[in-house]
Design a protein around this ligand. Structure first.
Ligand SMILES: NC(=O)c1ccc[n+]([C@@H]2O[C@H](COP(=O)([O-])OP(=O)(O)OC[C@H]3O[C@@H](n4cnc5c(N)ncnc54)[C@H](OP(=O)(O)O)[C@@H]3O)[C@@H](O)[C@H]2O)c1
Length: 307
């Protein structure tokens, strides 16, 4: 298959490439900095400005799949999450909308359209929550900043449906990887024997092992029945308190020193909600189509990643 990936230089994109490359697919990554991409040999890196179809749209012609993951980092570029300034919020929103509009424009121009668009999204679609309500893909959207971004991001890809392109939306949870994303900063206090729940620890963390994330996207590409939204989260989400206990156990560190909510709010402002709120999201539609998780349980996932 020919598979085009926007944001393919990121955490999820690289894991997806690792999954697809040995299967012999032609992989094309769109990057704003193609010369810096440093992707495995065999991946074709094509430059784009992430806002228009100019100069690269021909790669969509006859492609089997487009996977659209590009977007400004939600947590910030450094190892520690950073505050959402007005400018960062604008970039988080506009980078996703502009990139998606460009993808849609390119698909619209193609004579032979791709069979499927796997559209990026996040469980933040359901809003940051502190309740225990189980959220499958039928749950309504939330109304905070990230929920609004996710709703608009998904909606921007809607036009491809009218062209007969199957659209599967990947509402991804907290991706666990040893090499990036939210796990390394979460581990930091544990390393110094200061780990524990964040706030009251009752908020749900809908985690997914990076390998299952890549496997699930692969599944959405191939499964002809997969269209509409899919929660890409493990079938057993945990509360933040349970997450801390299991992480502490795997790291051989205590997990009983809480970080008070007000400290996180002082340090991170509105972005603290990313840690203090969550979603008890479940992968109802993936399971219904027969997807099998390699890591359904958190402890086994963390042991695999960290030991
Ligand atoms: N990781 C998670 O836990 C998680 C959870 C839920 C949803 N997601 C979503 O899934 C997508 C992929 O996640 P990820 O963790 O792989 O992200 P990532 O590591 O931050 O990579 C995203 C990629 O998007 C491109 N990008 C960054 N800023 C951009 C901008 N301003 N305009 C256009 N492109 C930009 C970059 O590629 P170039 O520099 O090569 O252009 C980057 O490699 C993201 O959109 C993210 O919101 C991730």
């Amino acid at each position: 298959m020919r598979i085009l990936i926007t944001g393919g230089t990121g955490l999820i994109g690289r894991a997806l490439i690792d999954r697809l490359l040995p299967e012999g697919h032609e992989i094309i990554v769109l990057s704003r900095h193609p010369h810096r991409a440093s992707l495995p040999a065999g991946v074709q890196v094509v430059g784009w400005d992430a806002r228009s179809a100019q100069g690269w749209a021909q790669w969509v012609e006859g492609a089997n799949a487009v996977v659209n993951l590009a977007g400004e980092s939600i947590a910030g570029k450094g190892p520690i999450p950073s505050r959402w300034t007005a400018d960062r919020k604008r970039r988080i929103r506009e980078s996703r909308l502009n990139a998606t509009r460009a993808v849609v424009e390119a698909i619209g121009m193609a004579g032979e359209k791709p069979k499927v668009l796997v559209q990026g999204s996040a469980v933040g679609f359901y809003g940051g929550r502190t309740d225990d309500v189980v959220l499958d893909e039928d749950a309504p959207p939330g109304d905070d900043f990230l929920a609004e971004v996710a709703v608009q991001w998904e909606a921007a890809s809607e036009p491809v449906k009218a062209w007969g392109v199957r659209r599967a939306i990947a509402r991804t949870g907290l991706v666990l990887s040893a090499s990036g994303g939210s796990l390394p900063p979460t581990m930091l206090p544990f390393r110094f024997f200061l780990g524990g729940p964040l706030g009251n620890g009752l908020q749900w963390w809908p985690w997914i092992h990076i390998r299952d994330e890549a496997r699930a996207i692969r599944f959405l590409i191939e499964e002809p029945r997969a269209s509409g939204p899919f929660n890409l989260v493990a079938p057993n989400p945990v509360t933040n308190r349970e997450f801390a206990l299991i992480l502490g156990k795997v790291m051989g560190r205590p997990a009983f020193i809480p970080t008070p909510a007000f400290v996180l709010r002082l340090a991170l402002g509105e972005m603290a909600d990313l840690l203090l709120k969550g979603q008890r999201a479940v992968p109802k539609r993936l399971l219904a189509l027969g997807f099998e998780f390699e890591f359904p349980e958190l402890e086994a996932a963390l042991r695999d990643l960290l030991l």
